[in-house]
Every structure is written in C-alpha cells, then in structure tokens.
Ligand binder design. Structure first.
Ligand SMILES: *Cc1c(COP(=O)(O)O)cnc(C)c1O
Length: 376
C-alpha cells in the first residue's frame, strides 16, 4: 500500500539559518524577552518595509492589536469599527479594553472592508453622538484592502486606522508595503503565517516615539527609576530573543516565500479557472497579494462542502473562509453594517493548501480531487 502524506493548509517552512541564530542566543545566554536577535529581527523587517518604518517585535499579532488600540487612546465604553470578514483576533482586543466592536461588511473586489458601509457606520455613530475611536481594516488572505478609499474616509472624519497585516507581509498597494499604510500596522508570525517565529507579532509605525511607547507598555510599563516604578498599567508582550532568532532566518527567505505562495495560486488558477463552477479573486490594478492562502468560490455551500470533505478523505486539509464576526455567537449583540457579502463568501468559499513548502505532486493531488468532484 502506498501511504500518501498529509497535506496541510499552511505549515511552517524554515529557511535554514534559523537554528544558527537560535544557537547564538544560547551561546551568549540571551534567553530573554530582549537581546541582539530581537533588535536584528526588527531591523530586518524595517529594512524590508523601507520608508524608515519603526518595528516593535511582540509576543503575538493579537498583542500588537491590543497595544495599537491602547496607543490610540481606546478605552472603556468606546466604539471601534472592525472589518467583519476576518479572524477573531482582529476584533477580540477591542473587548480587552472594555470597548465595543462595530462590524462592517466587505466589498467584492478585495473581500475587505467596504468604504461605503464604513462611512455609513461612522455617520451612524456621529448621529448618535458617538464618534468611533478607531478603524481596524484587514488585508485578508494577503489581498490589500482599498487603502486610498479607506484612508480618505478615515482622514475626513479624523479617525485613526489600525492596519491588520497579519496575513499580508509581502503584499503591496501601489508598490507600497502593507503594514506601512495606516496609522499603525500590525504583523503576525504565528505558525501558519507567511513567515513564522512559532508565535510572535509586531507593531509597525512611522513614529519613533510611538514605537518607544509600544515597547514601554509591552515590558510592564517600567518608569525611569532604579526600583520598579509604575504610572501606567503594563503588559508582558515583548518577543523572546530565542524566537526572534527564528524570525531573522525567516526574513532571509521572505521573498522566496511570497513567490512560492503566489505560484501556488497561479497553478490552481491555471488548472481550475476554466471550470465555470470555480471562481478566483483576481488582483485589482496596482494591488499585489502575497496569496497567503489560495481561495476559491464554489457555486453553493453544498459543492463547497463536497470538495472539502473529499479532500479530507485523502488527508488534505482545506478550510472554509473566515466566518464573519457579525455572525459569531460571541459578537451577536454588537452593531453591524452588512449587505450579505461576507456571509456569501463564507458560505461558498474554500481555502486550499497554500504552504510555500508544497510539492508539485501535492498541488496535483488537490487539483485532481477538485476536478473529480466538479466534473463527476
Ligand atoms: C493571525 C491573525 C491575527 C493574530 O495574530 P496572532 O499572532 O496569531 O496573535 C490577527 N488578525 C488576522 C487577520 C490574523 O490572520
């Protein structure tokens, strides 16, 4: 019997140098939430993003969103607008601060926050005497949102934008890197993201002072004194110097990782797009997606499930698109501005295996099963 190996949705893909940097941390005894690897990893990300972006390496992307909200002054009782079509980690930190999420649906061209519904949500807030304190927009699956339209609305009403780029390292909007396009950007280096430190994240800003504040809050908000003195509530959110070593190695291969993910998408498209039943999301002009996950839309929920289960039978992991936040039991009492777009995408969409370490035969196995289901 030939046993085929499991195909994962998106698994870690080491470049080769990670262990050397981790060894360096051990050799120098920098086993701490600071040290040379943390500084070098931050520099590597900063250089990659260019435009003198300041980087604070943190323990997770979720922590980065939490700190970003706090740095923007979000506090108890505030309203924060959040893209509904996303992973729950985009919205959860709003509630950590005692603030309330207001969910906004997506548009069809990028699957991200709709400028029209965003403005409706802001106007509704103003009419009720409560201006939203911040906007969380997401480059979902690596596809950039409509940055110019969103920024224009945000500046018209003077509301800061947190740019959730957890899935979008390597994506660009008009040649400008995602995570450098909002008031504050965030990245994630969780195990399934385009590069990983096993767990980790970063806060990205143009403002050196803001980075300093982020690091201050992330290291228990210790005031300048020989003893431990606190005038703020702090967090333990800094990245470990051991894990930052993994990140240094990963940043050496980021361009390869983006290219592999993009070529996965192109391969699926070349084999499946001719079927009228299968839809792919193309890149609008001047937008480049890192294609973190390759997604397809099927004609119905039933066909989507048939494909998902047929893949599962062959030990191939695929996953429905994110269930929108406004449909999540935990957020059912939150206000939302929706038009059915994300609900439809959730019903019909499927993420295919997308790792940068997939082999040609893996991609072919996936394609073959989908073709069989569709054409039988
Ligand atoms: C992964 C992810 C996060 C959270 O990042 P963690 O590092 O896992 O905490 C936030 N937003 C989106 C859209 C994500 O995909």
């Amino acid at each position: 019997m030939i046993t085929k190996t499991k195909i994962w949705l998106s698994s870690p893909h080491m470049g080769g140098n990670e262990q050397n940097y981790v060894q360096e941390a051990f050799d120098t005894n920098w086993i701490a939430p600071l040290g040379p690897n943390v500084n070098a990893f931050e520099d590597a990300i900063g250089n990659y993003l260019g435009n003198s972006m300041q980087v604070a390496a943190l323990s997770s992307g979720t922590a980065a969103i939490h700190l970003a909200l706090e740095l923007l002054g979000v506090t108890y009782g505030d309203d924060v607008i959040c893209q509904s079509f996303t992973f729950s980690a985009s919205a959860n930190p709003i509630t950590y601060l005692g603030a309330r999420p207001i969910f906004v649906d997506s548009e069809r061209e990028t699957w991200n926050i709709s400028p029209v519904l965003l403005e409706q949500a802001i106007k509704d807030g103003l009419a009720n005497g409560k201006k939203p304190k911040a906007i969380i927009a997401v480059h979902l699956y690596g596809m950039p949102y409509k940055v110019e339209e969103i920024n224009e609305i945000a500046s018209k009403y003077d509301i800061p934008v947190i740019e959730d780029s957890a899935e979008a390292l390597g994506s660009t909007y008009k040649n400008r890197p995602c995570s450098s396009l909002g008031t504050i950007g965030i990245l994630s280096f969780n195990g399934n993201k385009i590069i990983t430190t096993s767990g980790g994240g970063a806060l990205i800003t143009k403002d050196g002072g803001l980075k300093k504040k982020a690091v201050f809050l992330a290291t228990q908000a210790r005031d300048n004194a020989p003893h431990y003195e606190h005038t703020h509530i702090g967090y333990n959110y800094r990245m470990s110097n051991v894990l930052a070593g993994i990140g240094r190695g990963q940043m050496e291969v980021i361009e390869d990782r983006v290219n592999s993910r993009r070529s996965n998408f192109e391969y699926y498209k070349s084999k499946l797009a001719r079927l009228s039943e299968i839809e792919f999301l193309d890149e609008p002009n001047d937008l480049k997606s890192n294609r973190w996950l390759s997604c397809i839309l099927l004609p119905s929920y039933d066909i989507r499930e048939k494909i998902r289960l047929s893949l599962l039978e062959e030990d191939i992991e695929s996953r429905p698109l994110w269930k929108p936040m406004h449909l999540q039991p935990v957020f059912l009492d939150c206000k939302s501005f929706v038009d059915g777009t994300s609900e439809d995408l959730f019903q019909r969409g499927l993420c295919l295996p997308s790792g940068s370490n997939l082999q040609q035969e893996d991609l072919d196995r996936v394609v073959e099963i989908i073709l069989k289901v569709i054409t039988q």
